[in-house]
Ligand binder design. Structure first.
Ligand code: C2E
Ligand code: CA
Ligand code: CA
Ligand code: CA
Length: 280
């Protein structure tokens, strides 16, 4: 039995090594991806309910690997965070999104997305001078600060250290702050008091079951009343069906994001976006 246990242990170690090797290969490839045009941003509509009109967009990064094809951010963002590559990668993403936001303002006028959301990872927020970098990008691109929204998770803000200070400096620029995946992290409602949030994005895992009479629906209902009371804009994430949209609207939600309204799409398609779904 002892021998068997040892054998299993070796297999497990091998697998760990393979995964680590895989991760560092990915990180090395990602480093060159930045310089060779393998990365691009898609934008997903954030719409007003019930009409489905475009209110804002969220920038979502995509990587087309030369040999392996498309690799999702859920795979390479964690690798980029571990290696610190997220810092230059995140800076590139921020600049691209701001430049695109300006382009929409020039071509779409009043119909341009009211805000462009950019995901910022814990590692970026911990970097001293991140707020300064945001200010520099706004200066370089000429984007009005209120058109930019920085999306951070509760966990990133709770990171201790200087994350919260950095976030306050970003808010002081006039940039909007969204708390992403709300309800999935080490949530504390106290965060809503200390953190300068403008938007609260209710995680898909709660929205998934909003049409059933379970605990998820209760959380979704409670969160909208907190948001209304605190003058936070609530966005329901991952809305996939007309039933979910109708229920969310009934509960008081006025903004939503999800495949029901639109998948992440290239910037040209945002310019021609029309509501596909009227009042439910
Ligand atoms: P997230 O910030 O929560 O982004 C929402 C994710 O949910 C996106 O996946 C989006 O495509 C997906 N989604 C939206 N609506 C629906 C829906 O109705 N149903 C389903 N099943 N999924 C939906 P994506 O683009 O694969 O991104 C995954 C995660 O990777 C993001 O989660 C975010 O944490 C991270 N990420 C993506 N882009 C960036 C980036 O530019 N910077 C950083 N730091 N992280 C990013
Ligand atoms: Ca997000
Ligand atoms: Ca989210
Ligand atoms: Ca998420």
């Amino acid at each position: 039995a002892k021998g068997q246990g040892k054998g299993r242990h070796v297999v497990f170690d091998d697998r760990m090594d393979q995964r680590t090797a895989e991760q560092s290969r990915l990180a090395a490839d990602l480093r060159s991806a930045l310089d060779t045009d393998q990365l691009h941003l898609l934008y997903q509509p954030i719409v007003a309910m019930p009409g489905g009109e475009l209110a804002a967009v969220e920038a979502l990064v995509r990587w087309t690997h030369p040999d392996r094809g498309p690799i999702g951010p859920a795979v390479f963002i964690p690798a980029a965070e571990r290696t610190g590559l997220i810092v230059p990668l995140g800076a590139w993403i921020l600049e691209q999104a701001c430049r695109q936001a300006i382009r929409w303002q020039q071509t779409m006028g009043a119909a341009a997305p009211g805000s462009v959301s950019v995901n910022v990872s814990a590692r970026q927020l911990r970097e001293a001078g991140f707020a300064g970098e945001v200010a520099a990008v706004l200066r370089r691109t000429g984007l009005p600060p209120h058109v930019l929204t920085v999306e951070v998770t509760e966990t990133a803000v709770f990171d201790g250290g200087t994350a919260l200070d950095e976030l306050k400096s970003i808010a002081a620029l006039g940039v909007k702050i969204a708390l992403d995946d709300f309800g999935t992290g080490h949530s504390s409602l106290g965060l809503l008091r200390t953190c300068p949030a403008d938007v609260l994005k209710v995680d898909k895992s709660f929205v998934d079951d909003v049409t059933a009479d379970g605990p998820q629906a209760v959380v979704v209902a409670a969160l909208i009343s907190i948001c209304d009371g605190m003058r936070l804009r609530a966005v329901a994430e991952g809305v996939e069906t007309a039933e979910q949209a109708a229920r969310l609207y009934e509960l008081g939600y006025r903004y939503a994001q999800g495949y029901f309204y639109g998948r992440p799409m290239p910037p040209e398609d945002i310019a021609t976006y029309r509501p596909a779904h009227g009042p439910a």
